[in-house]
Write a protein that binds this ligand. Structure first.
Ligand SMILES: Cc1ncc(COP(=O)(O)O)c(C=O)c1O
Length: 468
């Protein structure tokens, strides 16, 4: 690249030359006929091979016993006591607050919302299906599958901007005064996709919320609680006891799983909650199941043993993941940083890099990627209804492809980012710096409009969700 100066500082003529050069580069990349995927946060093969020693457990009759009980038989709806102890150790709560379920925490989350609709939660005045309009707070960018659940149940989803310390608490404190606001999605450690760790202040303000709805629920999805890939494990406070301290022990249900510790889709999930919530939910769950897969729970207990051993395993995952994240971040630093057309986070854990491209260019960038054989998470997916108001946020998932593929995919992605930015600059006025990273300047706009932001921006839920 001849000119590594910000595009906004180039003359129109220089930009035109740059455009021709990047266009030619893009055509060459297209000719490679690539077929690469940076779309979903899946562990790579090397990680899966590394944990497949889990299948060497459960080979002797003694290994079918846990605390004297045969794990192969019915019983223990809330999970093997040993599995409850393991998750309590990892999450920092009490074993009796843990319910160990099946293979996916997402299913437990979906099930929780379903139960609120069919039966109501512990403090509900009526089942949610008997209520009128329901609203849900969605820190965004966020996890697309969370948004799909609340979209599916017909909530009006309210965008809550993320800040470097977690979701914007000023807006949340205002929004919960509305009794139709029933809950919030939270990924408190290494949020998906921003990789943000909620600050102590944010956590305490969440626990101290005074919602108008008596059954307001914090869905505390601690999916990345032990998932550092760069640097030491960062201990994280137990939200259950913090909510208890603030006098709201039943306002939170926490979720976690071993999907990215052992095997996604073949791991073990759990939820954790107050003892009162536990008795209530266990009663409902006892109608739907006699017990979950305790054989898999036992396999995990024998393999993971305790938090310390789990953290040792996570250090091995980190060895594999760190170079992949470094590869993506180094490419962005080299190719994009000097041009000032995007900004991105530099996470130390989790599974994603979240990038904000020049507003109005995310869709175009990803279409260019697709046409050059690189699949990425669709633009907009990190926002409720798949609608990013700035068409800016792009989620990069570096975990799955091998390093050499990642290198190529990174190159294609950067070329597409440049091309989309140059096209945008060709057709519109020069963006000032405020247009480049929308987050901080846009926050004020969100603040003014929240919680009516969705209405103000004309959001409507599409009939059918596409692209997921
Ligand atoms: C924030 C978050 N929660 C939950 C999940 C899925 O977890 P599980 O496999 O336990 O359903 C993911 C997977 O990417 C995730 O990013």
């Amino acid at each position: 690249m001849a000119n590594m100066i910000p595009y906004s500082r180039m003359t129109p003529h220089e930009r035109e030359l740059e455009y021709q050069e990047v266009r030619a580069e893009y055509e060459l990349l297209k000719e490679r006929g690539l077929k690469l995927n940076m779309a979903r946060g899946k562990p790579g093969k090397e990680q899966l091979d590394m944990v497949s020693g889990i299948f060497e457990r459960m080979l002797t009759p003694e290994e079918y016993l846990s605390d004297g009980e045969d794990v192969r038989n019915y019983g223990e709806l809330a999970g093997l006591p040993a599995a409850r102890r393991l998750f309590a150790d990892i999450l920092g709560c009490k074993p009796e607050q843990v319910f160990v379920g099946g293979n996916a925490s997402l299913q437990l989350m979906y099930d929780t919302i379903t139960k609120a609709f069919t039966h109501g939660l512990l403090h509900s005045e009526r089942p949610w299906h008997k209520e009128g309009m329901l609203r849900w707070l969605c820190p965004a960018p966020g996890y697309d599958r969370h948004f799909r659940i609340t979209a599916d149940f017909g909530f009006e989803m309210i965008n809550i901007p993320m800040t470097p310390t977690g979701p914007d608490m000023d807006i949340i404190e205002e929004a919960v005064k509305d009794p139709s606001v029933k809950g919030i999605w939270c990924v408190p450690k290494y949020s998906n996709p921003d990789g943000i760790i909620y600050s102590e202040e944010t956590i305490h303000r969440l626990a101290d919320l005074k919602p108008a709805a008596p059954d307001f629920l914090i869905m505390w999805d601690n999916a990345y609680v032990v998932h550092e890939f760069d640097g030491e494990y960062i201990p994280f406070p137990d939200m259950l006891s913090i909510c208890q301290q603030h006098g709201h022990p039943d306002m939170v249900i926490e979720f976690a799983s071993t999907s990215k510790i052992t095997l996604p889709g073949a791991g073990v999930s759990c939820f954790a909650c107050s003892e009162d919530n536990m008795s209530y939910l266990k009663r409902l769950l006892s109608v739907q199941a006699i017990s979950f897969d305790k054989v898999n729970q036992q396999r995990h207990v024998l393999y993971l043993k305790n938090k310390e051993n789990t953290l040792n395993l996570m250090r091995k995952h980190a060895e594999i993941l760190r170079p992949k994240f470094k590869c993506v971040l180094d490419t962005l630093e080299r190719e994009i940083a000097p041009l000032d057309i995007a900004e991105w986070n530099r996470p130390k854990g989790g599974y994603f890099v979240s990038l904000n491209a020049m507003p109005g260019t995310a869709r175009r960038t990803l279409k260019l990627c697709r046409n050059a054989g690189v699949t990425m998470t669709p633009a907009g997916a990190t926002f409720p209804y798949g609608l990013d108001p700035n068409d800016s946020n792009i989620r990069i998932a570096p975990s799955f492809p091998p390093l050499d593929e990642l290198q190529q995919a990174g190159e294609v992605f950067c070329t597409c980012l440049k091309l989309a930015a140059l096209k945008q600059l060709r057709s519109g006025p020069l963006p000032g710096r405020q247009n480049i990273l929308p987050r901080s300047s846009e926050e004020n706009k969100y603040k003014r409009n929240a919680p009516d932001f969705n209405k103000a921006s004309g959001f409507t839920a599409p009939k059918e969700q596409k692209n997921y």
